[in-house]
Design a protein around this ligand. Structure first.
Ligand code: PEP
Ligand code: MN
Length: 347
């Protein structure tokens, strides 16, 4: 249920309403909009509460929300969430580009790729130190040392960093080294991991499970939000369909749908979404046209020899740079700004 206040209700009155709600043993979440405030009520409320609220001064409307996720829904939080990380705003007017290898392989590799991401105009360096591989004998990532290599490269080149965390035990060490923590598609419903991520404030990029509905995806985000971490972004990375030509089917429709249903930033991952280098550029542009707040793109200096199988979907550095130049022209037509030449970011 949500209670919507009328225009210009004072903060004191909102606090009184919240106290009244919380006395009933349920939680109240206040979301201040430009002219109205939405008070979301979470928990099993006494059926009489809706009627009481309707009669209270300052309340304009009380609406029952049937969705199972609350904090992730736009009903509870009408304005877009903008996550500010060291001056880079995700979910605001700027298009955010995250680029880098599937996996961190060596200090030299990540340093050189970071230089190229920065030179092309990207804001975030991606790279996995812990890799969720389908087979147990495949390369599993270089581990904590990889986190250190990436943190150093990010710092040196003035980029934010994003890396995948797979287990609750590694959340703290990953958060010490990276600016954004990625939850991979295979872990979207790893509820212990989501709960742990709710206990910190580090921004989380939550990838959609490859067989998950929007409802399941937003409920996974709800776990992190309900734990107390409001800094969640959603990532469409392709779903499994009957089509086998592409690695996955990038569900572009997810982008406007998630914006409708939720206030959280939406990022698109055309690398995993297609699994084919020659499709990545087009699907990046299509994602921006569909309203993505950012892209996460695999790029490698030597994709043929990359240590994971994702070389086939990794852009070469010159393709990455050309893509970002095109996005500079496209972004303004899609309500975003993006500049390839940026002020240095002091990270
Ligand atoms: C990755 O980003 O390299 C990755 C493994 O992603 P996903 O979880 O989407 O497969
Ligand atoms: Mn990958």
């Amino acid at each position: 249920m949500i209670a919507v206040t009328s225009n210009q209700v004072s903060d004191e009155r909102i606090a009184e309403i919240v106290r009244h709600i919380e006395k009933q043993g349920v939680q109240a979440h206040v979301s201040k909009g430009t002219d109205r405030t939405v008070i979301g009520i979470i928990g099993k409320a006494d059926p009489k509460l809706a009627e009481q609220l309707r009669q209270m001064s300052g309340i304009e409307n009380v609406i029952k929300i049937s969705k199972s996720y609350k904090l992730a829904s736009r009903d509870f939080h009408p304005d877009n969430t903008v996550i500010n990380i060291k001056g880079v705003e995700i979910g605001g007017s700027e298009l955010v580009i995250m680029g880098g290898p599937c996996a961190v392989e060596s200090p030299e590799q990540i340093d050189e790729i970071a230089r190229l991401v920065k030179a092309a105009g990207g804001q975030v360096l991606r790279g996995g130190a812990f890799k969720p591989r389908t087979g147990p004998y495949s390369f599993q990532g270089v581990g904590v040392e990889g986190l250190e290599m990436m943190a150093e490269a990010g710092k040196k080149h003035g980029l934010l960093t994003i890396t995948e965390v797979m287990t609750p035990e590694y959340v703290d060490v990953c958060a010490e080294h990276a600016d954004i923590l990625q939850v991979g598609t295979r872990n979207m419903q790893n509820f212990d991991l989501l709960r742990k991520l709710g206990t910190i404030q580090t921004p989380v990029l939550l990838k959609r499970g490859f067989s998950s509905t929007y409802d399941e995806f937003l409920n996974a985000a709800e776990y992190i939000l309900a734990g107390g971490n409001p800094n969640v972004m959603l990532c469409e990375r392709g779903i499994r369909t009957f089509e086998t030509y592409t690695r996955n089917t990038l569900d572009l429709t997810a982008i406007p749908v998630l914006h409708q249903l939720s206030h959280l930033p939406v990022i698109s991952d055309p690398s995993h979404g297609t699994g084919r280098r020659e499709l990545v550029e087009t699907m990046c542009k299509a994602s921006v046209a569909a309203g993505a707040d950012g892209l996460i793109v695999e790029m490698h200096t030597d994709p043929d020899n990359s240590m994971t199988g994702d070389g086939v979907q990794s852009l070469f550095p010159d393709q990455f740079a050309k893509l970002l130049q095109d996005l500079e022209k496209l972004a303004p037509l899609c309500g975003k700004t993006f500049e390839t030449k940026k002020e240095p970011l002091h990270v």
